[in-house]
Design a protein around this ligand. Structure first.
Ligand code: NAD
Length: 491
């Protein structure tokens, strides 16, 4: 059966989801945000903006649901079972989820059922399994006392997600928070708000107590800030830009103190040594900047290549870049994504243009693509230096810069970015070199002879430097959703 669909005829769950109710948008009162389809630029809906009163209601609903369901106190395996049913329902409804996701976002529908949707279900299952496996610790004390470390859920977790992988980002937040016994108030991006509502509706259908997942729609300054500042929100889990992460830290500091996890931006290097398998490296590098048109936090957007192999490697990457064909996200055959908005495309173009000075050469692309929608041509900039805007700034588009080096020391010096440290890629057949340099790279994730996240959800993800604080995925994400209490008993 074809996954392609007519974007004008797709029903959308427009509204907030609080308790077990879709609250239809009162746009006239709330002042909605106009939304445009990235694939053709047409306006199709307004995103409602939840006021702080509505956020209050969502938090109160979450608190009441925690109390009435005793979610944090039930037999842990019960939480596992319910969350596993939710994961199964997500798989059953994969087509519907994929279509709603594809309409608003930059994700082509043909990549969603077996990709993002399947991964979201898998991640929820992965975290569900921690509920009855991770406990506390006994402390080594003297004979006269008995010490232990208990862990407990926080209560209501506030989650805020970006637009680039809306479903799986929601899965990253909801899976560990719920498995660990919390309730969640989640705000998706105002550009991709509706697939997350479907996800929450399926959770209630699967038996997750109503009110444990509440979705409030809106922008950052109004709805996002109402969540992060809310005294009833015990912990904040955020994924988005470094700028918004800083604003959230400041907001939390001004309104009180609470723990936060921040998964932020990146400008990740991919370092290719002359002994690498160049065909494989070229394909992997190209995929990392072409997939979702480079709109991925871990996009390996800075190519550092040993000078002796720069020319053949660049030629191979250019071949991949020139082969892309844009298409609407609702066409099953589409592989190359549009940019999320006209504004973001203009930003990409302005950074590319500002970088074209001195010795900098644009070897392909460098411009918006003709036709409807917000497509940007895959772009390769050579001759850049460390101060070039294209090297310094997270572009979040299909733009790769190339710098060449001689030897490991120069490679390491170029790899080190003053701001970001999210991920790094290394291509070499020399195992000792790979391990030596992995130790030196200032990044939260290092991929060797491959690039990009796998489905090994046990590997946590998170940044060094201003790429973030704390981790998503892995055991660390589960533990980050529980706080510890030390107990000492005199015997
Ligand atoms: P963004 O920071 O503009 O927005 C992210 C979310 O934060 C949105 O829901 C937005 O409404 C909200 N927001 C913005 N300002 C806020 C504020 N002051 N208070 C509360 N909420 C606020 O990011 P984006 O454009 O949606 O996503 C792209 C960015 O996300 C890139 O920088 C990318 O690297 C990053 N990202 C990081 C990871 C990771 O794992 N490190 C994963 C995906 C995306």
């Amino acid at each position: 059966m074809s996954l392609s669909f007519d974007p004008d005829r797709l029903p959308l769950p427009i509204g907030h989801f609080i308790g077990d109710r879709l609250i239809p948008a009162a746009i006239a009162m709330e002042g909605g945000l106009p939304m445009h389809r990235p694939s053709d630029g047409r306006a199709y809906a307004d995103c409602p903006v939840a006021s702080s009163d509505l956020v209050d209601e969502a938090v109160a609903t979450a608190q009441a649901a925690l109390k009435s369901s005793n979610w944090g106190g039930v037999r842990p395996r019960e939480r596992t079972a319910v969350l596993q049913r939710w994961a199964a329902l997500i798989e059953e409804e994969a087509e519907t989820l994929a279509k709603v996701e594809a309409l608003s976002s930059t994700r082509p529908v043909g990549q969603l059922v077996a990709g993002d949707v399947a991964v979201t279900a898998e991640q929820i299952r992965f975290f569900a399994e921690f509920a009855d496996k991770e406990g506390g610790d006994l402390a080594p004390t003297d004979d006269g006392s008995f010490g232990m470390v208990m862990t407990e859920p926080y209560g209501v977790v506030g989650a805020i997600t970006p637009w680039n992988f809306p479903l799986s980002m929601a899965g990253w937040k909801l899976g560990p928070a719920l498995a660990a016994g919390n309730a969640v108030v989640l705000k998706p991006s105002e550009m991709t708000p509706f697939s997350t509502v479907l996800l929450a509706q399926l959770a209630v259908k699967a038996g997750v107590p109503a009110g444990l997942i509440n979705i409030v729609q809106g922008d950052g300054p109004t709805t996002g800030a109402a969540i992060t500042r809310h005294p009833g929100i015990a912990k904040v889990s955020f994924t988005g830009s470094t700028a918004a992460g800083s604003a959230i830290m400041a907001d939390i500091a001004r309104s009180g103190v609470k723990p936060m996890t921040l998964e932020l931006g990146g400008k990740s290097p991919q370092i290719v040594f002359a002994d690498a398998d160049l065909d494989k490296a070229a394909a992997s590098i190209a995929t990392s900047v072409l997939s979702n048109a480079g709109q991925a936090c871990v996009a390996g957007s800075r190519l550092l290549v040993e000078a002796s192999v720069a020319e053949p490697l660049i030629d191979m990457i250019l071949g991949h870049m020139r082969a892309v064909r844009p298409g609407p996200t609702w066409d099953e055959t589409t592989r190359y994504s549009p940019i999320i908005s006209e504004r973001q495309r203009a930003r990409i173009h302005s950074i590319v243009t500002a970088s074209l000075t001195g010795t900098v050469e644009c070897l392909t692309g460098g411009a918006p693509m003709d036709g409807e929608g917000y497509f940007y041509a895959p772009t390769l900039l050579a001759g850049v230096d460390q101060n070039s805007p294209a090297v310094m700034e997270e572009i979040f588009g299909p733009v790769l810069t190339v710098q060449s080096f001689d030897g490991e020391e120069e490679a390491m010096a170029l790899a080190d970015h003053p701001t970001y440290g999210l991920a790094a890629g290394l291509y070499t057949r020399d195992l000792s070199r790979a391990l030596r340099l992995t130790r030196r790279l200032q990044a939260g994730t290092v991929w060797v002879n491959r690039y990009g996240r796998s489905r090994d959800h046990i590997l946590p993800t998170g940044g060094y430097k201003r790429s973030g604080i704390g981790k998503d995925l892995g055991r660390e994400a589960y533990l980050a959703n529980r706080r510890s209490k030390s107990v000492l008993i005199g015997l």
